[in-house]
Design a protein around this ligand. Structure first.
Ligand code: TMP
Length: 254
């Protein structure tokens, strides 16, 4: 196959030029980082599982009318997506206290929040993704008030839908992070959901036992990290056919 131009390498994914203008190939790595990349490791098979899980969730969201960058999965580790201008924000939604909210505000992890809470972080590794307010976002021009209205509306719909979908398979959606991008088509701009939705950027707990099935198993050295990701895929009914063996998938081409 022809070599493709690599456009960007992030902590968990690589973006290549796509086969047609306006498209990109998103390659999912097994690399895992935490605490702003101070902790690094590999979760065998994570890229394959996240590719599949994100495909599945983006497709379900597309079906209920949430615009996303996702076009189709290409192979075990790659998906074709629309090229968007990424808005430099991490939109975090929390339903249950955990992680930085629990520690910052001294709320016991596992406490259900009075309502879903949205937080904004400025996507900037050098600054360690600082939390920001709507004021910072609009004043510095990262997004307009109108963009933010769209982002919040879409985020709340994603939260409602994913909460129900996951509860249906016995998983509590504790919190998660979304990223959005601007898609330009015929002189019009639309905000669409981008990046990925996977156990890398969601907290997913077994609804009965509270057992963690997400990247916190890696962050907190809880063991059985791969198994957590596999269990999420299994419950969604999308464990790759190769099963738990042969999760390496095709090698990245550069
Ligand atoms: P936090 O509790 O560490 O602030 O994380 C909240 C949610 O956002 C959690 O589901 C993990 C996700 N997240 C990311 O996807 N990327 C990040 O860089 C961070 C800090 C959190």
């Amino acid at each position: 196959m022809a070599r493709r131009r690599q456009l960007y390498e992030g902590k968990a994914k690589i973006l290549f030029e796509g086969p047609e203008p306006g498209t990109l190939v998103q390659y999912f790595k097994d690399d895992a980082t935490a605490f702003n990349a101070q902790k690094k490791g590999t979760i065998t098979g994570k890229g394959v599982l996240n590719n599949r899980i994100s495909e599945y969730l983006m497709q379900r969201l597309g079906e209920i009318g949430i615009p996303t960058h996702f076009i189709r999965r290409l192979n075990m580790r790659e998906q074709l997506v629309r090229e968007v201008e990424i808005i430099p924000l991490e939109i975090v939604v929390r339903n249950v206290a955990a992680g930085s909210l629990a520690s910052r505000l001294g709320i016991q992890e596992g406490t259900r929040l009075p309502r879903s809470i949205i937080e904004y972080y400025y996507k900037n590794d050098a600054l360690q993704d600082p939390m920001v307010s709507e004021e910072h976002i609009t004043a510095f021009g990262w997004a307009s008030t109108h963009d933010l209205d769209d982002i919040v509306q879409l985020t709340l719909r994603v939260n409602d839908f994913l909460t129900g979908l996951l509860l249906g398979v016995g998983i509590t959606l504790v919190d998660f992070k979304l990223e959005f991008g601007r898609l330009y088509e015929n002189d019009e701009m639309r905000i669409v959901l981008a990046d990925e939705i996977s156990p890398d950027n969601c907290r997913l707990w077994d609804a009965k036992t509270g057992e963690k099935m997400d990247k916190d198993r890696f962050r907190r050295d809880l063991g059985k990290v791969e198994e957590g990701y596999q269990e999420v895929a299994r419950r969604l009914g999308i464990l790759p056919e190769a099963g738990v063996r042969d999760m390496k998938g095709p090698e990245v081409m550069q």
